[in-house]
Structures are given as C-alpha cells and as structure tokens.
Design a binder for this molecule. Structure first.
Ligand code: ZN
Ligand code: ZN
Length: 498
C-alpha cells in the first residue's frame, strides 16, 4: 500500500507501507488481550484491597468496620462473586464482538499522518496575514523586519511561504524539487499526532462514560421499577468492598458499564491498544471507588472529587438518591443538583459503626443500613422537590425519629427520598423490616453516642437525663412505624406504612 501527493505548492506527503502490528504479548492478539486485561485488572486491584481487608492493614483509613461489612450488607460474598463473574462474561463477549468488527491493527502510517498534520498547519498559516491585518498589523512589513534574524518566523508571518525550504524527491521516476516542511511544522505535527489527538480521545471518552453512566444511573434511582427490578441489586452492598464494584444485575452491567464503554470506544475512534489502557484505567477506578478506604496517598482518590468517600455516600441508606456521578468527575451531580449537600458525614458513619457493632455483639441476623441527620440547606432542591410529597408515612417516621430536630431543607429531602427508596425495594435489599431495624439501631447508636459524650455533670441522673431510655426509643420507632407519630417537614399522614 503506498501513496504520494503531487501538490507542488505544498510539501508532499511521504509514501507509506502498512505492516501488521505485532501483538503486545506474543501469541495473543491485542483484540483478545484487551477484554482479558480488564478482568485481570479488576481482580488484581480488588485482590490488593481484599488483602488490606483480610489482614486489617490500614484500619485507620477504613470507611467502615468489619462489623459493618458483616451486618449491613444484604448479599453474601458468593452472591457477589457469582454476579461479578457473570457480568465479566458478558463484558468479555462484547469486547470480543468489537474485536471481530475492528480492522486488523497495523503500523507504518505514522510519518504520513504526521506529515498530514504538518501540511494542515502549512495551509492554516495562509490565514496569518489576514488575521494580523484585522488587528491593524501589516504582516509583510513585520516579516521584512524579521527576515535575516528570524527567517522561519518571517516566513510564517508571510502566510507560510518558505522559499528556501526545498527538497528533491522522485516523482514518476524523475528527481523533482518540491517544497519541504519547516522543522517546527513537523515537530508540531508530531505533538498533535502523539499527544493532542490521544489526549482529546481520552478526554472525550471520559466525558462519554461519565455522561452515559450519570443519566442511566440516575434514571435507575428516579424510576421505581428500574430501581427495584434492576439497580437495587448493586445497593444490597450498603458497605461496598472492592470486588463488589461490578456486583450488578446483568442487564445493568450491560447497559450501564459495557455499552457505555463500547460507545466511548467507537465514538472516539481509539485504537485497540488505546482502549486497553483506557478501560483498564476505568476498571481500576471503579474498583477504587468501591474499595472502602479513604487513602491519603492513593492518587486515584485525589485526582477528582469523585472517589471512594464520594461514592460510599451513595451506598448509604440516607444518601442513596444522591451522588449518582461515576466514575471520573462529579460534574453532573453538581450541575443538576444531585450532589449530597448534608456536609460532614462523619457523625452518620459513626452511628452506623456503633449500630453494626451492637448487632455484631448481639450476633443477630444480618440486616441494616444506617440512618441520619440533615443540614438546613434549602438551595437548588429541584431534583428533590417532590420527595416530601411522595414519601410515605413510614419514610417520614423513620426520618423524624432519626433526625428529630432537623429542620426541612434539601439535605433532609435527599435523606427522606433515599429512605423511601429503601422502603420501595420490598423484595431486594430494603423494605419495611430493613428500615425499621435500621432506625431502631440508629436511634440506639445515637443514644449510646450521646451517653458517651455526656459530660460528668449530674452523673447520678445520667440514666434519666434524656428522658428517653432504650426502651423509649424502641417504642417510638415501633409507634411511628405503625402510624401513630407525626411526620416530618410539617406534613402529617394518617396512612400506615406501605
Ligand atoms: Zn445507585
Ligand atoms: Zn456502587
């Protein structure tokens, strides 16, 4: 395969010959290696975090305690393993189909492509005198002053006229003198080909993946059927761990992850080898977002605001309807007002920790989530404007019990909507029993926390100072869940829970 141009006013493009690209690993075609690499990257990254869990290597950076993993999740490790493997089978099959429709990778055209960019730059220079003229600068006189000391710049200012730059090439068997590229043009062509274009492809792919995932993920939370039938499976992990990152319903796995990635690959025109790096990076980022650790030295957790801590909020019963963005940026959450606005979550996490520990100590059957509090922010509550209207009495009751003194605001609505989600998911990882148990545990944990923090004043009266013993709280939970207590947000409902 060869090519040559006869454009004499421009430097000609070199001829090229394409050769098959040797595979990265001899004996395995890149097209087969790419999907396999994703699986290897997933389990390698997950394996590292799993060892951190098992050997308790960095307890100081854990978002949740082992007791929470044990008591708050609604899927066994085996369930997770099985579904992740199923998703990877689907993902690998899709990758192999893409490989089949892809042309065989080749090399040998690089210098030609660089020259194409250099030629485009030469053509673009023709506009310089006109652009300068609109600024009131005479290109010819400016170039004249520079000629001698800055010949190349002078030629550029004149519109890319380089009379001294020629070369002799064979055209139709005859040696012919034709224009040649300036060295800066070739250098710029090289930078465009090797740096600018791949960077643009990666940035575009990131935007496509983020946008695709945000809107589908959001739809899965906003639509009750999609949530309960499909997405709630991922949320059986209230305490995410690394290899649970791809724990999804197979339909979700295909549409949210695999199809989005495939689109990004096809739209950006990445090569197979580029896609290998991009999707390996995406896979590792997704695992990292579910790793359960907030590491100060993990670069993936500090490149953007979207990290394990950010996504972990989305896995909590009070934050499940917030922080939909994944895996790279938080742009869509911020732009569309779905970012968690409740501020510092450390108190909520602490309550969940205590609650799970109590359950672990009692060794009761594993079910829970966590509960919470709210800030008073009321700004841009749009996506949550109807949460209060749609919330059932049960969700309101749980909210008012967990947050008795919190005024209405966007964060309260976010938490209320999240609780309603749990309630709606009767057949998955939620339902009334989970919400009731969570609330009871949460209230007890809160009580315990308050007692621990209570100053030494009137130590003798400690047991009665709050006026609400454990039994009192438990009664209130039961009472509220049976429709006898007032709701929150100033709206009362006579309905009992659904
Ligand atoms: Zn979700
Ligand atoms: Zn997740």
């Amino acid at each position: 395969m060869s090519n040559a141009t006869l454009a004499y006013d421009l430097p000609p493009l070199p001829s090229y010959t394409l050769h098959p690209l040797p595979p990265l690993i001899p004996g395995i075609s890149d097209g087969y290696l790419a999907p396999v690499l994703l699986v290897v990257a997933y389990w390698a990254a997950s394996g590292i975090f799993h060892l951190c869990d098992e050997w308790d290597l960095f307890p100081q950076y854990r978002l949740h305690t082992p007791a929470e993993v044990l008591k708050r999740n609604h899927a066994s490790r085996w369930d997770v393993l099985r579904d992740v493997i199923l998703q990877q089978v689907i993902q690998t099959a899709t990758g192999l189909v893409l490989t089949l429709i892809d042309p065989e990778p080749t090399f040998g055209k690089e210098e030609y492509d660089i020259a194409v960019w250099a030629q485009r730059l030469r053509i673009a220079q023709r506009a310089i005198p006109t652009v300068l003229a609109t600024l009131g600068i005479d290109a010819a006189s400016l170039a004249g002053r520079m000629s001698g000391s800055h010949d190349v710049l002078s030629s550029t200012l004149l519109g890319g006229v380089y009379p001294g730059l020629t070369q002799t090439v064979l055209l139709h068997g005859q040696p012919t003198t034709v224009p040649a590229f300036a060295s800066w043009e070739l250098l710029a062509g090289r930078a465009i080909y090797h740096l600018l274009i791949p960077t643009l492809q990666f940035v575009t792919a990131i935007c496509i993946v983020d946008t695709w995932q945000y809107f589908i993920h959001r739809a899965m939370h906003m639509n009750k059927y999609l949530y309960t039938a499909i997405h709630s499976r991922h949320h059986r992990l209230y305490v995410p761990y690394a290899y649970g990152a791809l724990y999804n319903h197979p339909v979700e796995g295909f549409f949210l992850d695999t199809l989005g990635a495939g689109l990004a690959y096809l739209i950006t025109g990445m090569t197979c080898r580029q896609s290998m790096w991009f999707f390996t990076m995406t896979t590792i980022k997704t695992v990292d977002d579910h790793c359960g650790y907030a590491f100060p030295w993990d670069p993936l957790q500090h490149l953007t605001g979207n990290n394990a801590g950010y996504h972990d909020v989305h896995h909590q019963s009070w934050g499940i309807k917030t922080n939909f963005s994944q895996p790279f940026f938080t742009f869509w959450d911020r732009a569309l007002g779905t970012k968690w606005v409740g501020g510092d979550v450390s108190a909520r996490y602490e309550k969940a920790r205590i609650a799970a520990q109590r359950k672990a100590d009692r060794d009761v059957k594993p079910i829970t989530g966590s509960q919470s509090t709210e800030s008073t922010q009321a700004s841009s509550a749009k996506p949550y404007a109807n949460e209060a209207i749609h919330a059932t009495h049960t969700a309101r009751a749980a909210q008012s019990i967990a947050e008795p003194r919190v005024p209405a605001g966007k964060a309260t609505q976010q938490a209320l909507g999240s609780r309603q989600s749990i309630l709606n998911d009767r057949h998955g990882a939620g339902g009334i029993s989970v919400l009731a148990e969570e609330t009871a545990e949460e209230v007890r944990a809160q009580q315990q926390q308050q007692q621990q923090q209570k100053p030494r004043r009137t130590p003798r009266k400690r047991t009665t100072s709050s006026g609400l013993g454990l039994k009192g709280f438990a009664d209130r939970v039961g009472e509220s869940l049976h429709g006898k207590s007032s709701g929150v947000l100033g709206v009362d409902s006579g309905r009992s829970y659904q």
